[in-house]
Design a protein around this ligand. Structure first.
Ligand code: ADP
Ligand code: MG
Length: 73
């Protein structure tokens, strides 16, 4: 089971700031197959990177198998 709560992701560079995810909630049960759909730029890859723990620079909570993933190593 993967659960994500209030996920916020902002990309920022010197003169660039973009709120790619503005508080996304969701839940995928064990064995469940889910399609993440949306137009290009909607934030699908950003969300998948966070839920798969490839990106730890975000706000919100990811819970895997009932355990909240901390942002430690
Ligand atoms: N590394 C990055 N630096 C700056 N902006 C980014 C970066 N990655 C994605 N973005 C921006 O965040 C938004 C969402 O991107 P992305 O998660 O790749 O969407 P999708 O996978 O749905 O096409 C887009 O506007 C994109 O330009
Ligand atoms: Mg993508």
């Amino acid at each position: 089971m993967i659960e994500f709560q209030r996920i916020q992701k902002t990309y920022s560079l010197e003169h660039y700031r973009y709120d790619a995810l503005k508080g996304v909630d969701g839940y995928v049960d064990s064995g469940e197959v889910v399609a993440l759909c949306g137009p290009s730029g909607a934030g699908k890859s950003s969300l998948l990177s966070i839920c798969s723990l490839l990106d730890n620079n975000y706000k919100g909570r990811v819970i895997i198998g009932g355990t909240a993933v901390t942002k430690t190593s």
